[in-house]
Ligand binder design. Structure first.
Ligand SMILES: [Zn+2]
Length: 346
């Protein structure tokens, strides 16, 4: 089968589109013919190499896929060939106390499929093998590309806002990177629960895109001061929730934008891990700082109900042939992406 592989860390040129062996199913696995996969920043970080994270070479990236079941292992009874499915990208041991009560993300062995070192190759290939636990039915009304765009960002944004920050109707939510894959889902979750998204993006074109998705307020981070705009929008009160995934570059403004007793929830730090907090604000304003990592399978199943009811829609901005994964990643690195890029095998 064809796959996009890298054998050493580097730029997009490190990616090779080449023939590799088709995966073989174990007794509890499902073999899926990939009809669409999506691009995430994780793919780029694994390719470049991250300090402290060992990537087993050769590596096939990709944490989101939708496709058809072509073969099931001897112990699999939930799926049959030709079933249309999508992937839950959290791999865990399935037997520890956390896995046993549905808190997969606390498992010591929790890994993101296609990103972190593990025995399974990722989605950027013609076929993928996954435990049946990591497969869920694809809703009939969703196309392959739409379905493939969802799992990682839907799961992450849903757990951050609903599971961790306990978003409520009426909340003001500051959404960094609101036009990106995660941000577009966060804005729609806000709209669905009756919260007001304050979308932050780097251009008016991106902000217009966010407005169409339901963002009530827009801030251009290139031309406007975030905390000052937040004060105007919230009548000096500050936001109830900050949706953080940028880290170093945005942290001071995130903290300054929070209301007294507000909640900052973060799932990553694309601009750097070091962030300085004046602790006086933390205690005086009684802020809540929450971490969030991926989500449990139950989170994805619950979030998918919002997709099935049409409240949260997949946002696919461009589709590339699988062989052009490098071009897609280069465009992502330029920061000019709105929504999700999807890859389709030839
Ligand atoms: Zn476990």
């Amino acid at each position: 089968m064809k796959a996009v592989v890298f054998e050493e860390h580097g730029g997009a040129k490190a990616l090779q589109y080449k023939d590799v062996a088709e995966p073989k199913v174990g007794p509890n696995d499902v073999l899926i013919k990939v009809r669409a996969a999506s691009c995430n920043y994780n793919d780029i970080w694994a390719r470049r190499g991250l300090p402290g994270m060992k990537v087993i070479m050769p590596h096939i990236s990709g944490s989101d896929a939708a496709g058809e079941v072509v073969e099931v292992g001897s112990e699999v009874s939930d799926f049959n060939p030709q079933d249309e499915v999508m992937v839950y990208p959290g791999l865990s041991c399935r037997t520890c106390e956390f896995c046993a009560n549905g808190r997969d993300t606390f498992c010591r062995q929790y890994k993101i499929w296609g990103f972190q070192t593990g025995p399974l190759d990722g989605a950027h290939a013609e076929f993928v093998r996954l435990p049946a636990f990591n497969v869920i039915p694809k809703p009939k009304g969703l196309g392959w590309e739409e379905a493939a765009s969802l799992p990682l960002v839907l799961l992450t944004a849903w757990r951050m806002l609903v599971g961790r920050a306990r978003i409520q109707a009426g909340d003001f939510v500051l959404v960094w990177g609101a036009a990106g894959g995660l941000g577009t889902i966060a804005v729609q979750i806000c709209r669905t629960v009756g919260a007001q998204a304050i979308a932050v993006a780097s251009s008016d074109e991106k902000l217009e895109f966010c407005r169409k998705l339901g963002a009530e307020h827009l801030i251009n981070r290139k031309t406007q001061d975030i905390a000052e705009e937040v004060r105007k929008i919230t009548n000096r009160r500050g936001v109830d929730i900050v949706f953080e995934h940028v880290g170093n570059a945005t942290w001071p403004q995130s903290v300054a934008s929070l209301k007294w007793g507000g909640t900052l929830v973060t799932c990553g730090a694309t601009s750097g891990f070091e962030a300085v907090t004046d602790l006086r604000f933390l205690w005086n304003k009684q802020m809540n700082f929450l971490g969030s990592h991926m989500g449990n399978k139950t989170d994805l199943l619950e979030a998918m109900r919002w997709v099935e009811s049409g409240q949260v829609k997949p946002v696919v901005s461009q589709v590339f042939p699988l062989r052009e994964t490098g071009q897609a990643q280069t465009l992502m690195e330029s920061g000019e992406v709105m929504g999700k890029f999807v890859l389709v095998p030839d």
